[in-house]
Design a binder for this molecule. Structure first.
Ligand code: ACO
Length: 430
């Protein structure tokens, strides 16, 4: 039987709305006809109760701590797949066969280089520019270089744009870093894996051969997998909203990067690491937790809490495991900040303040420590996140373009300003 929800308006009039069910997750009340039938809007700042689209890509159950890409649990993908397999899955809906994977890797590898003039584009930025500022500019500028993949109505153009973005993001990210440090740009080396190539472009120099460390490459690959998609978060919604006007994919991804830059979204792992540095060592944890619980202090335990997860973020568990592996590999098993993070987590998980509010570690709690150990500076953390999330943004953008329900995103408002009035000529205004 068709499910419906009935709304009773202040004048007593009753209207029925269809209730739609997904394959899992909460039902949604389809209120598309609300304005047409009643002249009223809904009010939902921050989209706390609004499904903005339908999607088949990623599913999160925040209460149970579940994250699925195309139905597969993140825990299994992180163990059995590499990042490019996950990219294939997010883009096409199924895990690749070996043959499909080889072809996909070949396509991505074909597109890793940047148009040579983009190198000169970089040099227009100040050396001390934040690398995210450079990324927003350079990714947006790709639309000025790749005219043969800008027609959003042509499936082939969309496909090529997807390959270009996934392939070029590591090159752009590493170049933004190299430009900051004053070292020469490293060209991609296509016989390396996606993550190994990125590490070489970040940390290699033309003076000597870069030695690949498989444990660190695997850790980075895992960071990419864990950040690849997270359904309709702020930056993904930004990409969809930008794309809904027909903007080209490079411009849409640049918009996503800009949104991700904010500290409430992609910037939290940087803030978490700064917090650990400020606390200093495990003996100060008690004092710090007291401050966090004091409402007047406005201090938050960074890396804890999440809008959707009201349970342990499944990505945080995997990141904790990776943290152990990386620190052991580098002989940093007694790393001061890692020990501090473990002590902080233990106390917070037992403390009523955090238990009552369902505050658990999120992915950022450990990812900063891993990145720092690998040698990635804090200013690059959000860039790494952007690199990883690009595939999610592109998959969601492609899904939106072919969705028959898709319309230009145009929210309405509750107007609380002045009602209509007449202009007084300037000479008569008192
Ligand atoms: N430390 C201390 N108290 C917290 C924290 C925290 N990290 N997070 C939430 N709370 C408290 C709030 O003070 C509030 O308490 P109250 O009910 O007594 O007023 C209650 O928990 C609910 O908090 P909200 O801010 O309403 O929860 P919301 O869902 O809006 O916020 C957010 C989620 C922004 C992530 C928040 O938990 C936070 O600021 N965490 C720290 C920053 C962080 O780690 N962000 C990374 C998110 S993951 C990602 O982007 C990849």
């Amino acid at each position: 039987m068709e499910k419906k929800a009935t709304l009773t308006l202040p004048d007593g009039k009753k209207i029925d709305f269809p209730v739609l069910s997904g394959s899992i997750g909460p039902d949604v009340v389809d209120i598309r006809a609300l304005y047409g039938q009643t002249g009223a809007f809904t009010y939902d700042p921050g989209f706390m109760s609004t499904a903005s689209c339908n999607s088949t890509i990623t599913y999160i159950d925040g209460d149970k701590g579940v994250l699925l890409y195309r139905g597969y649990p993140i825990e299994q993908l992180a163990v059995h797949c590499d990042f490019l397999e996950v990219c294939f899955l997010l883009l096409y809906g199924e895990l690749p066969t070996q043959k499909e994977k080889d072809e996909f890797v070949g396509m991505v590898t074909n597109h890793t280089m940047l148009h040579e003039q983009i190198n000169r584009f970089f040099t227009g930025f100040r050396r001390d520019a934040h690398p995210m500022a450079t990324m927003v500019g350079v990714v947006g500028a790709l639309s000025a270089f790749y005219h043969d993949s800008l027609d959003i109505n042509d499936p082939r153009h969309r496909e090529v744009a997807a390959f270009r973005l996934i392939a070029k993001m590591p090159t752009i990210t590493a170049m933004a870093y190299k430009y900051n440090t004053g070292q020469p740009f490293m060209y991609p080396q296509n016989n390396l894996s996606y993550s190994a190539n990125f590490m070489r472009m970040m940390f290699g120099t033309p003076c000597e051969e870069y030695r690949i460390n498989d444990v660190l490459v695997r850790a980075l690959d895992r960071i990419f997998i864990l950040h690849a998609d997270h359904e309709q978060n702020a930056s993904t919604s930004t990409v969809r909203l930008s794309g809904s006007s027909g903007a080209n994919p490079f411009a849409c991804i640049a918009a996503g990067i800009a949104c991700l830059w904010g500290p409430a979204h992609g910037g939290a792992n940087e803030a978490c690491l700064q917090m650990l540095e400020q606390i200093g060592d495990a003996s100060k944890v008690g004092e710090f937790i007291k401050q966090v619980k004091d409402k007047n202090s406005h201090v938050r335990l960074m890396g804890f809490g999440h809008r959707v997860y009201k349970n342990y973020d499944p990505r945080a568990k995997l990141m904790r495991e990776t943290c152990h592996e990386v620190l052991n590999e580098l002989g940093l098993a007694n790393d001061r900040l890692f020990e501090l993070a473990i002590a902080l987590e233990k106390i917070a998980l037992e403390d009523d303040y955090f238990v009552e509010r369902k505050l658990y570690p999120n992915v950022d709690f450990y990812s900063g420590i891993v990145q720092r150990a690998i040698g990635i500076p804090t200013s690059m953390f959000t860039c790494i996140f952007a690199l990883a999330r690009t595939v999610g943004w592109i998959a969601q953008w492609k899904e939106m373009i072919v969705d028959p329900d898709q319309k230009i995103g145009r929210p309405r408002q509750l107007y609380q300003g002045k009602t209509q009035r007449d202009v007084t000529p300037i000479g008569k205004r008192g």
